[in-house]
Structure formats: structure tokens, C-alpha cells
Design a protein around this ligand. Structure first.
Ligand code: FAD
Length: 280
């Protein structure tokens, strides 16, 4: 945790860039965002181990900023021995927080592995490493796409919180009430840990629509219609996106959200425009 934290409790997520140019750019983005005193950074991890080495490398690079940096870790397709080694490496490298996920089966992968769900991964990390790591898990205010219904998904969510997670970060959403409804349901099942809204800036409609279909996040009709009307006018999309997402963030904070976690897509400007619009 940084010494003088931003008063709104913000954190930022990066993905491991595939190119040298992407890695160079990420250093600049990291520095711009570190200047805002985030609680932490996190770095995603491709399911199936494909980018595990890159996640570790980027975690090292990002944490040089002095901001605590949490690698994402997924268990699907992995054996316990591999996960044990990875946890030991992270400990050695001074990592003290993780985002623990089930992940998704990459196509063509034969075996699910030894841990089937994120609650089993959280238990495994606690069994292996005690309280060394702060653990965050994923939450889905609009329900995980594979869950039969929201009630069942919240029960599964509560199970992984009770397995020893310190906090949760949500999938992104554009309807504040979905978040408040989810938090109420989780609290009713005895979940007491912070549930931080995950925030996706709107910069590119086509990519956002594709990604939202895949992860089950809903783009409300009025937002979709407005974005479609801008065609490829990226300035208009960015201005509208900043306005919509800033209002969403402000509503979440005003309603008691204990911080905001931004999906930066490795860009500083869209996120900073939103942060600068907010008040505590
Ligand atoms: P789980 O919590 O295990 O849930 C998966 C499904 O199984 C849900 O439908 C749930 O209801 C159900 N379920 C859970 N536990 C049980 C149980 N014990 N018995 C029966 N059913 C159960 N993906 C990546 O590949 N890399 C990343 O870096 C990454 N980062 C992410 C960060 C955040 C904040 C979020 C919200 C998602 C991220 N994802 C990432 C996506 C995530 O891996 C997928 O959404 C995945 O499908 C589910 O992972 P999970 O940890 O939420 O799974």
C-alpha cells in the first residue's frame, strides 16, 4: 500500500504487453498513474499459463514504481505443484497481494487441473502460505455468464470470500444499481469484506461491445444507441464515455463503494480524465 493514498481509494489494472514498444509505453503509463497514489496496481494473467512468465516480468517492472503490485493468478488447467512453485516465486520477489481466479479453459486444453473453482484456489493459497498474501477475488454484479442465476452466483461468491479472500473486485458494469443490489445480496449471506467496483472507461465502441458480449457485461441500450450514433468519431465517443463513466463512479462512491478499480487497458489518459472528475 502506498504511504499517501489517493482519498478515493483507486487502483489500476494492466495487462502484459506483447511487444517491446508496449512494455516501454507501460512504464510511462505506470508513472503517470503512480503519481495519483493508488492503493495498488494489478497485472492480468492469461489462462493456461501462456503469459505467466510475462505477468511475472511485468509485475516486477510495474512494482519498481513503489506501488504494491498484485499479479492475477488463475487455477484452471494448472496442477497444485505448479501453483505452489509460482506462489514461492512471488513470495521471494516480495509480492504480498494476489488476485485469485478460476480463469477460463483455453480452447484445446485437455485437463481442468486439480482446482476447479476460485474458492478452491483461495483455500489452497491459504493452506500453502497462511496470511502472507492479501487475496482479492472476482465478483459479477450482473452474474457470471456460466451461473444459472444471480442467487446461485452470489452463493458461490460468498463461498470464496469465506475461504479467506480479503476483498473482491467486480467485473465492469454500467448500471450502478446492479452493484448495490449485488453488495446487498452478498452482505445478506454474511460477506463483510470490501467489494470494489471494477470500472471500464469507454474509448472504443466496437471493442467494448465485443468484450462485453464475451464477459457478460451489459451495455445499456441508451449508451449503445448514443455510441453507435457517433460512428468512428473517436473524440465524441471519448467525451461521452468520460461523462457517463464519471457519473457512474460518482454514484458508486456516493452510495458507499469502498474504492474504484480501473481497467486501464494500459492507457492513462481515459482513466485520469474520469478520476479528475470525481470528488470524495
Ligand atoms: P469462480 O469464482 O470459480 O466462478 C466461476 C463460475 O463457477 C461461476 O459461474 C460461479 O457461480 C461458479 N462456481 C464458483 N464456485 C463454485 C463451486 N464451488 N461449485 C459450483 N459452481 C461454482 N481471467 C483471466 O484469464 N485472467 C485474468 O487476469 C483475469 N482477471 C480478472 C479480474 C477480475 C476483477 C474479474 C472480474 C475477472 C477476471 N478474469 C480473468 C476473468 C475470470 O477468469 C473469468 O470470469 C472466469 O470465467 C471465472 O473466474 P472466477 O475466479 O470468477 O471463477
Amino acid at each position: 500500500m502506498s504511504r499517501h493514498e489517493h482519498p478515493l481509494g483507486i487502483s489500476f489494472e494492466f495487462f502484459p504487453p506483447g511487444t517491446e514498444a508496449g512494455r516501454d509505453k507501460l512504464i510511462q503509463v505506470r508513472d503517470e498513474l503512480a503519481a495519483r497514489q493508488p492503493r495498488f496496481f494489478s497485472v492480468t494473467y492469461g489462462a493456461g499459463g501462456s503469459t505467466q512468465a510475462r505477468t511475472r516480468e511485468i509485475v516486477r517492472q510495474v512494482s519498481e514504481s513503489g506501488v504494491s503490485t498484485a499479479p492475477h493468478l488463475s487455477c484452471i488447467g494448472s496442477e497444485k505443484a505448479q501453483l505452489r512453485d509460482l506462489l514461492a516465486q512471488y513470495r521471494e520477489e516480495g509480492v504480498d497481494s494476489l488476485v485469485a481466479l478460476r480463469g477460463d479453459m483455453p480452447s484445446g486444453m485437455a485437463s481442468i487441473g486439480e482446482l476447479r473453482y476460485a474458492n478452491e484456489l483461495v483455500e489452497f493459497i491459504r493452506d500453502e502460505t497462511g496470511n502472507h498474501f492479501d487475496i482479492a477475488v472476482a465478483a459479477y454484479p450482473e452474474s457470471h455468464p456460466q451461473a444459472p442465476n444471480l442467487d446461485r452466483d452470489v452463493e458461490n461468491f460468498a463461498r470464496k470470500m469465506k475461504a479467506g479472500a480479503n476483498m473482491a473486485i467486480t467485473q465492469y458494469f454500467f448500471t450502478a444499481d446492479a452493484y448495490f443490489h449485488f453488495v446487498d445480496k452478498a452482505r445478506a449471506l454474511g460477506v463483510e469484506q470490501p467489494i470494489i467496483p471494477g470500472i471500464m472507461p469507454i474509448t472504443n465502441y466496437t471493442k467494448l461491445a465485443r468484450f462485453s458480449d464475451a464477459c457478460g457485461a451489459e451495455i445499456p441500450r441508451w449508451i449503445r444507441k448514443q455510441l453507435e450514433s457517433y460512428g468512428d468519431d473517436s473524440e465524441a465517443i471519448a467525451a461521452f464515455g468520460t461523462d457517463v463513466v464519471s457519473r457512474l463512479c460518482q454514484r458508486l462512491l456516493d452510495g458507499g463503494a469502498p474504492g474504484l478499480h480501473f481497467y486501464t487497458l494500459n492507457q492513462a489518459a481515459p482513466v485520469l480524465k474520469i478520476v479528475d472528475n470525481l470528488s470524495g
